[in-house]
Write a protein that binds this ligand. Structure first.
Ligand code: HMG
Ligand code: MG
Length: 285
């Protein structure tokens, strides 16, 4: 039987957060429904961040309230602080994600905190999530390259990933935020992270700026990772990471994994429908 790889769909959050034109709440809800129809079982539907920083996510509570929740699907929300966590818990997110950076430049630009400050800020947030019985996921951004600081030492990424695990995350997603990683830098970074966190608790999160995301996924598979983030239609970018382009497209990941002999449980026909709808929502789509 083919080995299973889990896809964590970030399109409704990471994919849409960068769009300048406000997308209708009803369309975001419809997109989450189409993704659920396609067999994705983990979907990040919104983020409870400051609307001053990311206006596109200002309707997170309405999106979470409007989605049709399917059995067996976990709907996640990104949270930067206690206020975000409270919003996500009130909105009945099945899991919340906290996020840090492996580089100081991006940490300051994205969350207005140093790396050390971000860990101090998130410790009580993580504890409150666990106390509320909500699953906790972590992200480390800029795991190999930072738009401000350049190449990132692998031990920075390992340190931040381990810190998130100590806070109680069941999984840490390793983000190549600006899509500059190569299979070589991915492998060097993972070698360091794997000395602190087992592969079963790691996810790869690749952006496809330079067209290397699928090769970076293959490099990660070779080191034992079996969970990958992706955004339907290849949507995405981060408003605080200049030059960051889209996330790797979910449909491209499904196709590559299938060619490599892995199964994902995702229906490619239903996914293509979701991808067409996703592209229709964004500028130039
Ligand atoms: P700050 O300005 O330092 O802090 O922002 P603040 O506490 O002064 O908050 C500013 C204003 O936002 C205040 O409003 C707060 O009340 C409000 P005012 O008093 O001025 O009217 N506020 C909030 N409103 C709603 N929900 C909240 C919230 N918190 C504060 N949760 C802060 C610090 C962390 C809040 C801000 O920097 C922020 O929200 N940053 C989020 C940026 C973001 O979402 N970036 C994209 C996600 S990360 C990413 O994409 C990477 C990833 O995909 C992985 C990868 O690709 O590598 C995860
Ligand atoms: Mg991202």
């Amino acid at each position: 039987m083919a080995e299973h790889v889990t896809l964590f769909e970030v399109g409704p959050r990471d994919g849409l957060q960068n769009e300048k034109t406000q997308i209708a709440t009803a369309d975001k809800i419809k997109l989450v429904g189409l993704l659920s129809d396609a067999g994705l079982t983990r979907i990040e539907a919104a983020s409870f961040v400051s609307p001053k920083w990311v206006p596109q996510m200002a309707d997170a509570a309405q999106v979470m309230a409007g989605i049709d929740r399917r059995a067996g699907v976990r709907y996640a929300a990104l949270t930067p602080n206690m206020r975000g966590l409270e919003g996500a818990v009130a909105a009945k997110a099945d899991e919340v994600a906290i996020f840090v950076s492996a580089s100081e430049g991006f940490s300051k630009a994205n969350i207005n905190a140093t790396m050390a400050e971000s860990l101090d800020r998130l410790r009580p947030v993580a504890q409150a999530a666990l106390d509320a019985g909500v699953k906790l996921r972590g992200y480390v951004s800029c795991v190999t390259d930072c738009p401000f600081d350049g190449p990132v030492p692998p031990h920075n990424t390992a340190f931040m990933a381990e810190a998130l695990m100590r806070m109680g995350c069941y999984e840490v997603s390793l983000g190549d935020t600006i899509g500059h990683a190569t299979p070589r830098t991915t492998t060097l970074m993972l070698d360091a992270v794997l000395s602190a966190v087992p592969a079963a608790q790691l996810a790869g999160h690749f952006h496809d700026t330079k067209g290397a995301a699928l090769d970076n996924i293959e490099a990660s598979l070779a080191l034992g990772l079996r969970t990958f983030d992706a955004a339907v239609g290849g949507l995405g970018g981060c408003p605080y990471a200049p030059g960051a382009s889209g996330n790797v497209a979910t449909e491209a990941v499904v196709e590559r994994l299938s060619a490599l002999g892995y199964e994902t449980g995702v229906d490619p026909v239903a996914l293509a429908k979701a991808a067409a709808f996703a592209r229709s929502l964004v500028a130039g789509g």
